[in-house]
Write a protein that binds this ligand. Structure first.
Ligand code: ATP
Ligand code: MG
Length: 283
């Protein structure tokens, strides 16, 4: 059987979460900072640790079958790869930002202005769509300081909390693209049996992350009201308690409805609500 290769970021914002995801998929590998390739002992897979900029091309060229990288990097490198799975971490957004005292008020005010960025391709396409002609200044890093240095009128950079912008006297002005980490594969790799197996494992980990296992006690008289609030993977389990007239309900609920549901459940008569993390959900 051919050993697959997956490229992940060697160090940086996506490294830790990428390693964690693969480990949660039950893959055993050493995560030495010094090694560039790490074999997985219990799956036909090798992990390549790379600069994130190189990952899309490695995957496009088939040097790696799979990769985990930010959507922003994929779009910027304009590669042809298969988008296999959004991973829900590394969320950020590419924004145009201006100085706090800037005279730029609307997008059209960017006409003829200079914008510093490390994302000239994405920014170029965005401006073209808006029919704005601006001078894109491509620099390789520390974009936030360029307006202060008089190098540009605006910047286009990745933002998550906005703290870096603020501390450099900048404010967000326009959203260019939203991004998160994505599992990509070489074209056609999605048909590979081992890729499918790995994707299933990844999906079961992601699904589990989105849901909680909930156990609660309720008086039989209130059971139907409580059940009406619980979707469950298939349907909730209802087990008798030692105390006459009471049952325990076991189910899973989506994290996003969590707090809403918990208060509704309490109102409906649920007691002793226990919420537990789920490791994997295999459908
Ligand atoms: P490398 O050394 O691998 O080239 P890098 O310095 O280019 O790393 P990082 O800063 O580690 O990249 O960011 C990696 C990815 O994390 C980004 O491409 C983006 O998808 C995501 N990300 C999430 N939040 C942010 C943020 N606030 N700023 C920058 N990137 C972010
Ligand atoms: Mg990089």
């Amino acid at each position: 059987m051919k050993t697959l290769k997956i490229a992940i970021q060697k160090s940086g914002r996506l490294n830790e979460k990428s390693v964690e995801l693969l480990k949660n998929c039950g893959l055993n590998f050493e995560n030495y900072k010094s090694s560039l390739i790490s074999p997985v002992s219990n799956f036909p897979l090798e992990i390549l640790f790379l600069r994130d900029d190189d990952i899309p091309e490695y995957v496009q060229d088939g040097i790696a079958d799979l990769g985990i990288v930010g959507e922003n990097v994929i779009e910027e490198t304009e590669v042809t790869v298969s988008y296999l799975q959004r991973l829900g971490f590394g969320k950020c957004s590419l924004k145009i930002a201006i100085t706090n005292n800037s005279d730029i008020k609307e997008l059209t005010d960017l006409e003829g202005r200079s914008i510093a960025t490390t994302y000239p391709v994405i920014l170029g396409k965005f401006l073209q769509k808006q029919n704005i002609h601006a001078d894109i200044r491509t620099i390789s890093g520390s974009v936030e300081i360029s307006p202060g240095l008089g190098l540009s009128d605006a910047i286009c950079d990745l933002v998550s909390t906005g703290g870096t912008l603020k501390s450099n006297g900048l404010k967000p002005f326009a959203d260019v693209m939203a991004s998160e980490a994505i599992l990509i594969g070489s074209k056609g790799s999605e048909h590979n049996e081992m890729v499918q197996e790995l994707m299933q494992r990844i999906q079961s980990v992601l699904r589990a992350k989105e849901t909680k296992y909930v156990v609660l006690n309720v008086e039989k008289a209130n059971l139907s009201n409580v059940l009406a609030l619980l979707p469950g993977v298939k349907s909730p389990s209802v087990l008798p308690l030692a105390e006459e007239g009471w049952v325990a309900v076991h189910t899973v609920i989506p994290e996003r409805d969590f707090w809403d549901r918990i208060s509704q459940l309490k109102q409906a008569g649920a007691q002793g609500i226990v919420v537990m993390p789920i490791e994997k959900i295999i459908l």
